[in-house]
Design a binder for this molecule. Structure first.
Ligand code: ZN
Length: 353
């Protein structure tokens, strides 16, 4: 899922997301839309789909993750989380019930429950306390949701438990009682080593129902997508393709291209010779490098289009391999390519993350 934080996927029009990229679903951030322009404003204007002219599916998070990552002055109580707006310092509170209300006002297709997300590393007892609270909040959110459920929305609970396999398992088992239409795995990509995030997905996914979507929140690098799918994950979202695009970091089938580098000054080749996107069909690396160094908005537009195309193309390839029964082959080749790319350009990725 491309991430559309402020009712827009930065640097790209909905028209191009549909016609050029065929994105089926995007993610919106409840925290940001709640603060500005406000969910009641969006409700009055016909809901988020109409507001941003996005006719396809929208998934919204509960806002909890942003409260925990953007607010140093937050206060967690059993009722919910008290926080200050990062825009003007106003005090607000998110409760399990209120975040359902906000997401209903937005008209989200897939909504998330409020959860307590911890930083990494967290002690086992702190992680257990946050997990227990997450479960209680999920129950409260579902109780509230059932009063308003018109069959048009899904609400996903979120498995927490930090980096402890026993907590992940316990949390999953208890959330299963909610009989939800899909399940999310949260609290990953919070600074832990990548192998550990995969390990947590690996212990959690097999416990979730096979016939419902399983969604890992906030991952990952291109080479990680096949790994998550191999572990049974159906959905992912990540800001990396769009955010890195704006920073001049382009993902290609041959590894990364850091467009500001002098080696691309006279490079007439497209960013990725294997990519059929509009940017790659029509523009050279030299041109993109020029736009980037000149600080032109068009750079962000072309780079975002390419990076999102690259990500969505990986997912299309994965779906096709699964349908053809070739996924083990696909995975083996993907791992080979990742290992080769790692040999060529170790460590360069970290400066952008
Ligand atoms: Zn391209």
């Amino acid at each position: 899922m491309p991430v559309g934080t402020q009712a827009t996927v930065k640097g790209i029009l909905p028209r191009d997301l549909i016609n050029d990229l065929d994105a089926k679903i995007i993610l919106g951030n409840t925290y940001h839309l709640f603060l500005r322009p406000g969910h009641e404003t969006i409700r009055k204007l016909g809901g988020l789909h109409r507001f941003m002219n996005w006719p396809r599916a929208i998934l919204t998070d509960s806002g909890g993750f942003q409260v925990f990552s953007l607010n140093s002055l937050r206060k967690v109580t059993e009722a919910g989380v008290l926080f200050q707006s990062h825009l003007n310092g106003d005090a607000h509170m998110f409760t399990p019930e209120s975040t359902v209300e906000v997401q209903l006002a937005l008209g989200s297709d897939i909504m998330m429950v409020l959860d307590e997300c911890l930083e990494y590393p967290a002690k086992h007892d702190a992680a257990r306390a946050a997990m227990d609270r997450t479960i209680r909040w999920a129950r409260a959110a579902f109780e509230h949701f059932h009063k308003h459920d018109d069959g048009l929305h899904a609400l996903f609970p979120i498995v927490q438990g930090s980096m402890y396999a026993d907590l992940r398992k316990a949390c999953t088992e208890q959330l299963m009682e909610l009989d939800a239409r899909g399940y999310a795995i949260g609290g990953l990509s919070v600074g832990e080593p990548r192998g550990l995030s995969l390990e947590m997905a690996e212990v959690t996914v097999p416990l979730l129902p096979k016939d419902r979507p399983r969604y890992v929140m906030g991952v990952g690098m291109p080479e990680e997508l096949p790994e998550y799918v191999a572990r049974g994950v159906d959905m992912m979202d990540c800001v990396l393709p769009s955010r890195n695009a704006r920073n001049g970091y382009l993902f290609t089938s041959q590894g990364r291209v850091i467009i500001k580098q002098a080696q691309y000054k006279d490079d007439a080749r497209p960013v990725d010779e294997a990519c059929p996107c509009y940017s790659c069909k029509n523009f050279s690396r030299a041109y993109l490098r020029h736009l980037y160094l000149a600080g032109e908005i068009t750079f962000s537009v072309l780079a975002t289009l390419h990076n999102l195309h690259h990500y969505l193309d990986i997912m299309r390839g994965i779906r096709q391999a699964i349908l053809l029964g070739n996924y083990p082959d696909y995975l083996r080749r993907a791992r080979q390519r990742a290992a080769e790319a790692e040999k060529e350009a170790p460590k360069a990725a970290s400066q952008f993350e």
